[in-house]
Design a protein around this ligand. Structure first.
Ligand code: COA
Ligand code: AMP
Length: 630
């Protein structure tokens, strides 16, 4: 069956479609039905099934005779090491870790924060939680202590599992001091922390609080898989929203298993025994779905890569990993390909490697510009597939499903909706717009299995953020259009979220940090176009009368403050000082207009602008910092 038949078969019988997909999962008790809509508009999937994620991702493959197949390959150019773990080894390690967690009191439903770099132990920690029904929340290493503290207070973990350090090119990331600072700031305290000591930096454990990864497993009984209900939360993953308080996206167990298992062969063309590589980080949703769970649930080998597309040691790293480990499908962010292209514009390094085993490259995380896609297609001579999704959905909303026959490619479009997603483009009043017309992209409820059922401890916020604006729909927060042939085009966010190097960041959160500087009276942060990272944040500051510091000092202090409070990943490097901010007559800051000016794009004078002359002042200020050409 090709795409159209598959999509139509879902549309004709969604319940039957997902019950058939559920057959790919080992159930302790099969679900009686797929959709549970009793609490609509809150929907759940397979709620009365009993199942365990770790069993499906690890043990069942050992039982099926794949115990000697590699489950994970850690390829770490930053430590110059490569090592593999078979499914059999992974099962034993995860069972031991899960047993040790259980022996220290972790039970089904308890939360566990995981704060680790790209090492196999991070995946083991996720699976160990899943094994005993604990709910993990992985926090990305590029966030500052304050961001970790916010997450600790929101999900109140009973334990935190961390590594002693991470390795960024040129510097060691000191995880343990970051953890200590986060715990000083947080109101909630875990019962204990488990620290994995890396040889690159061994840290001092805090007596009475910390246990060492290896020694706390000594002598414990390995844990068996604990069956959980289909709607038991598998994990919480925090993502940026409009404010500094991140949203805790909840993922239910059964829908997650069924959906990811469906995507591996159908979207990515991956069968058991194949090698799949997502060059992302376990701290992001791509890492959850396609470094840890998706490949393992489907019995493939997954690569845990600790390096960068360039500089570790060169722009040939991706091709080396693909050759050495016989990667069949490769997933990365467009920004990574732009970084490679900048270093190796003619793709000469590609020629140094044998990439015959590679069948396709998948891009997501931000808009894939047609030039980048074209360059990669030309250099590799392979399909380069853009697909669109979000932390909230956990898997592709729209894609060109490689495994069921690729659709004709239209560069700049992530192709068509996947089964389960009924995608519409709406105007402000919620009416569908004609093909080719820009609008808000919304998905008709219910969302498919594997997508978010709610936000952790914040159902009213879930309803307000996603469901209230367009009743009967999930609001994606993205704007775009659908063409005459049904292809989707994702053009921009409709909220205060920006996308920097494939990382989702909140300008609202950055504004909260800038406003906390005593000399700042008012501020705005916008995303401006950047050739490498897609977007970069840029701040505008209005200083208080009688500010204690000169403007240059305030600018450098707020840059340091964002790094300290949000983290290096915010990549907040520049700000300009202005007398006033452009606003509507009702006082709303015209951020979109400012972004258009900064990008040198045409813009329409907003009818509601309070004082049009301010826009000239903004242009001047941008000229002064070299943001727009004079
Ligand atoms: N832990 C600690 N710090 C981290 C980090 C981590 N896991 N990841 C990034 N950082 C830091 C970087 O070291 C950098 O710090 P610096 O200001 O001291 O240089 C800062 O955060 C910004 O990082 P980034 O935006 O990634 O920029 P970069 O210049 O280091 O690298 C790219 C640029 C394009 C090579 C890189 O962003 C990249 O590989 N992007 C792919 C993104 C991706 O895979 N996203 C996942 C979604 S699919
Ligand atoms: P995240 O939740 O971090 O995965 O970020 C999701 C957001 O990234 C989406 O809402 C989009 O704004 C953007 N995004 C992800 N993939 C794509 C894509 N293929 N094309 C355009 N935008 C994308």
């Amino acid at each position: 069956m090709g795409y159209t038949d598959v999509y139509e078969s879902w549309k004709a019988d969604p319940e039957g479609f997902w019950m058939a997909a559920a057959q790919g999962i080992d159930w302790v008790r099969p679900p009686s039905k797929a959709l549970f809509d009793e609490k609509a508009p809150i929907y759940e999937w397979f709620s009365d099934g009993l199942v365990n994620t770790c069993w499906n991702a690890v043990d069942r493959h050992v039982e099926a005779g794949r115990g000697d197949q590699l489950a994970l390959i850690h390829d770490s150019p930053v430590t110059r090491s490569t090592k593999g773990l078979t499914y059999g080894e992974l099962r034993d390690r995860v069972a031991s870790l899960a047993g040790a967690l259980r022996a220290k009191g972790i039970e089904k439903g308890d939360r566990v924060i995981i704060y680790m770099p790209m090492i196999p132990e991070a995946v083991e920690a996720m699976l160990a939680c899943a094994r005993i029904g604990a709910i993990h929340s992985v926090v990305f290493g590029g966030f500052a202590a304050n961001e970790l503290a916010v997450r600790i207070d929101d999900c109140t973990p009973k334990a935190i599992i961390a590594a002693s350090c991470g390795i960024e090119p040129g510097r060691i990331v000191h995880y343990k001091p970051l953890l200590d600072r986060a715990l000083e700031q947080a109101s909630h305290q875990p019962d204990f922390c488990v620290i994995f000591q890396r040889e690159q930096e061994v840290c001092k454990l805090t007596p009475g609080r910390d246990v060492a990864w290896h020694s706390f497993q000594y002598g414990v009984e390995p844990a068996e898989c604990v069956p959980v209900e289909g709607n038991h939360p598998a994990y919480i993953l925090y993502t940026s929203g409009t404010t500094g308080q991140p949203k805790g996206v909840v993922r239910h167990t059964a829908g997650h298993l069924v959906a990811l298992n469906w995507t591996m062969p159908n979207i990515y063309g991956i069968q058991p025994g194949d090698v799949f590589w997502a060059a992302s980080d376990v701290g992001w949703v791509v890492g959850h779905s396609y470094i840890c769970y998706g490949p393992l649930i489907s019995g493939a080998t997954s690569i845990v890569f600790e390096g960068k597309p360039v500089g570790t040691p060169d722009a040939g790293t991706f091709w080396r990993v693909i050759q050495n480990h016989k990667v069949k499908s490769f997933f990365t962010a467009p920004t990574a390909i732009r970084a490679v292209k900048r270093e190796d514009p003619d793709g000469e390094l590609i020629g140094d490697y044998n990439l015959r085993g590679l069948q396709a490259v998948f891009l997501a995380g931000e808009r894939a510009d047609p030039d980048t896609i074209q360059w990669l297609e030309d250099k590799l001579g392979l399909p380069v597939i853009d697909h669109w999704w979000q932390t909230e959905t956990g898997w592709a909303i729209a894609a060109n499903p490689f495994g069921i026959g690729t659709l004709p490619v239209k560069r700049g479009s992530p192709a068509k909706p996947m089964p389960g997603y009924d995608v519409h483009v709406l105007d402000e009043a919620g009416h569908p717009v004609p093909p080719g017309t820009l609008g808000a992209i919304a998905i008709r409820l219910p969302l498919p299995p594997g997508t978010l059922p709610t936000l952790w401890n914040a159902e009213p916020r879930f309803l307000k953020s996603y469901l209230d604006h367009f009743p009967g729909y999930y609001e994606t927060g993205d704007a775009g259009y659908i063409d005459e042939d049904g292809y989707l085009y994702i053009m921009a966010r409709t909220d205060d979220v920006i996308n920097v190097a494939g990382h989702r960041l909140s300008t609202g959160a950055m504004e909260e940090v800038l406003s906390s500087h005593p000399d700042v009276a008012e501020c705005a942060v916008i995303g401006v176009a950047d050739k490498l990272k897609g977007q970069m944040p840029l701040g505008f500051l209005c200083l208080r009368k009688g500010a204690a510091n000169p403007p240059e000092t305030v600018v450098s202090e707020v840059v340091a403050l964002v790094r300290e409070r949000i983290g290096p990943v915010a990549a907040f490097k520049s700000a300009c000082v202005v007398d006033r901010l452009p606003k509507t007559r009702s006082g709303k800051i015209l951020r979109a207009t400012m972004a258009k000016i900064a990008d040198g794009e045409e813009y329409r004078m907003p009818a509601t602008i309070d004082d049009p002359a301010i826009l000239d002042e903004i242009r001047e200020a941008l000229n002064d910092i070299g943001q727009v050409p004079k």
